[in-house]
Design a protein around this ligand. Structure first.
Ligand code: PEP
Length: 255
């Protein structure tokens, strides 16, 4: 039996209204359930908050799960406009993206708040998809490993081994997100191997090969195969190309 977990996650960001989102999700769900693509690939759709309840109701959970794209750093209370991990759980979503670079850089979210979000997700049985990634300046300065280590150590790698086994790590170099520029398969593999080594060092009794580490950053049908065949890449977190059924499915076929 193959140990390597395989996951294709789509991050819709702030795109689609409810009707468009329901159509996109059900088309993907039907396609995935009827297709001959690798049956071991788990599909996750990270949809806007407003769509979560409807889309979780539409999906066949054997293959397709639904994720939120963010959650509050607080349990509940006077935080106007925020959505809690408990609320996400209550509508049936299984995952939540935490620390996406747009949250870190546009909304200025810091490692400490991200740690609180991870803990709240786990408390409410929502599985975190924890994102980490360096900026272009950090890479040019050769600091990428240092940055990734800090992001993971301060916000994520404190969790219990059984929680880590239910979670996902996504390596998303900031310079490759939504830019059309992709990390080369070698660059991505190097970082994924580094992350897996960090996991193995911190969790001695856990098989680090079981932890899914996804690559994100302009993954498209024409570069997916080369990225996905790297030994430490377990799948993709896909933004732009997840908004069209054809390109998302073509990436699925590349596993
Ligand atoms: C993302 O939003 O996580 C992402 C990787 O976006 P894109 O694929 O558009 O670069």
């Amino acid at each position: 039996m193959e140990l390597k977990p395989k996951i294709l996650a789509g991050n819709w960001k702030m795109n689609t209204d409810l009707q468009e989102g329901m159509k996109l999700a059900s088309t993907i769900d039907k396609w995935v359930n009827g297709c001959t693509a690798d049956p071991h690939v788990r599909i996750i759709l990270a949809v806007p908050f407003t769509h979560l309840a409807e889309i979780t109701g539409l999906m066949d959970y054997r293959r397709v799960s639904v994720a939120a794209q963010n959650c509050a750093a607080f349990e509940k209370g006077a935080y106007t406009g925020e959505v809690s991990a408990a609320m996400i759980k209550s509508v049936g979503a299984h995952y939540c993206i935490i620390g996406h670079s747009e949250r870190r850089h546009v909304f200025n979210e810091k490692n400490e708040a991200l740690k609180a979000k991870v803990d709240l997700c786990l408390k409410h049985a929502v599985r975190p998809i924890f994102c980490c990634g360096e900026t272009l300046d950090e890479r040019k300065a050769g600091k990428q490993n240092e940055v990734i280590r800090e992001q993971l150590e301060t916000s994520f790698l404190h969790i219990a081994p059984e929680d880590l086994k239910r979670s996902i790590i996504a390596y998303e170099p900031v310079w490759a997100i939504g830019t059309g520029e992709t990390a080369s398969p070698e660059q991505a593999q190097q970082m994924h191997a580094f992350i897996r080594k960090l996991v193995a060092e911190k969790y001695e009794n856990l098989n680090a090969q079981e932890i899914p580490i996804l690559y994100g950053g302009s993954m498209k049908p024409d570069n997916a195969e080369d990225l996905l065949k790297q030994p430490d890449i377990n799948g993709g977190l896909v933004g732009g190309a997840s908004l069209k059924v054809e390109s998302f499915i073509d990436i699925l076929k590349a596993f």
